[in-house]
Each structure stands twice: as structure tokens, then as C-alpha cells.
Design a protein around this ligand. Structure first.
Ligand SMILES: [Zn+2]
Length: 163
């Protein structure tokens, strides 16, 4: 089992917090089988509140399960409990690990941020739900504080974490 962290970096404008800290956020990942090297072009989603492939061997199931098309190995991923953290204004411009995955037989290669992000404006401003970061940039107007808020130059990568 390998523990892999998803890191994000973005430039925040008048934004205090950006987060996926709710169990219904779906992480869209491209994956590689570490047994045979098969890397599919398909996006797979994994959601903390969802468990799949519950059977007698794994009564609790997994957040994600797939059988490799090429080598038939059974691979799975779980989101590490309580590893999902907030990206704050202090992190702006820097990479930060926002969630960790327990990976068995498979490793994430690419992340697609998509929808479901929660954004809180600075100075106790407006809260935006279900923000879409699929364009890697997001701009809105905070009607409470009367300022524009934005997330720019969104980037992500993966790091192997020590146990
Ligand atoms: Zn394989």
C-alpha cells in the first residue's frame, strides 16, 4: 500500500479558504496500474461518502475499486480519513497537500478539479458553494464585501507520503 497526497496550488484573490472538505466531493483521477503499467485515458471518480465492491473479503468495501483491463489485478483506493484539509489564503501560490489516498495496486497520474468546491471570501465575506474549477480559473463578485474574488492558475500534482 502506498500513501499518495494530492497537492494543489492556486493564486487566491480576496479568498480566505478553498476546500473539498465534505464527503460528497468527487475526486476525478486518471490512474495507472502499478503491476502492468496500464494507464487508461478514462477519468475515474472517487468519493469519500461512497463505498463500492463490498464483499465477504472486504465487508467495508472501498472508495474506489477497479479490475485492471490488462492484467486483471484488483486495485483499490481509499481516502485517508480526516486527511482532507482546507487550502487557505496563507497557502496562496504554494503547493499544499489537501487530501491523501491509500493506493493498492494503482496510482493517480492526473487530477481534474471540476465542481463541488466550497470557497469562502476574505473578511468574513460571502460563501460560495459548488464552485466549478474545471477551467483552472474562477471569478465571482462578493456582494457582501463588494469586491471581486477569484482563484487563478490552479495546478495540481501528486506526492508520495511517508507512512
Ligand atoms: Zn494492470
Amino acid at each position: 500500500m502506498v500513501k499518495i497526497g494530492l497537492q494543489i496550488r492556486a493564486t487566491l484573490e480576496n479568498v480566505e479558504e478553498v476546500e473539498t472538505c465534505h464527503p460528497d466531493y468527487s475526486f476525478f483521477l486518471k490512474l495507472k496500474c502499478t503491476n502492468c503499467g496500464e494507464q487508461s485515458e478514462k477519468w475515474h471518480d472517487l468519493t469519500e461518502s461512497e463505498r463500492v465492491n463490498e464483499d465477504s473479503r472486504n465487508p467495508n468495501g472501498f472508495n474506489f475499486f477497479m479490475k485492471c483491463k490488462l492484467c486483471s489485478r484488483e486495485n483499490s483506493i481509499d481516502i485517508v480519513e480526516k486527511s482532507n484539509v482546507v487550502y487557505t489564503a496563507d497557502d496562496s501560490g504554494k503547493f499544499k497537500t489537501i487530501v491523501s489516498f491509500d493506493c493498492r495496486g494503482v496510482e493517480p497520474m492526473e487530477f481534474s478539479p471540476r465542481t463541488g468546491w466550497i470557497v469562502k471570501s476574505a473578511e468574513n465575506g460571502q460563501k460560495f458553494e459548488d464552485v466549478d474549477l474545471s477551467e483552472d480559473d474562477w471569478v465571482e463578485y462578493d456582494t457582501k464585501n463588494k469586491v471581486s474574488v477569484g482563484i487563478y492558475e490552479f495546478e495540481s500534482n501528486f506526492v508520495k507520503l511517508k507512512k
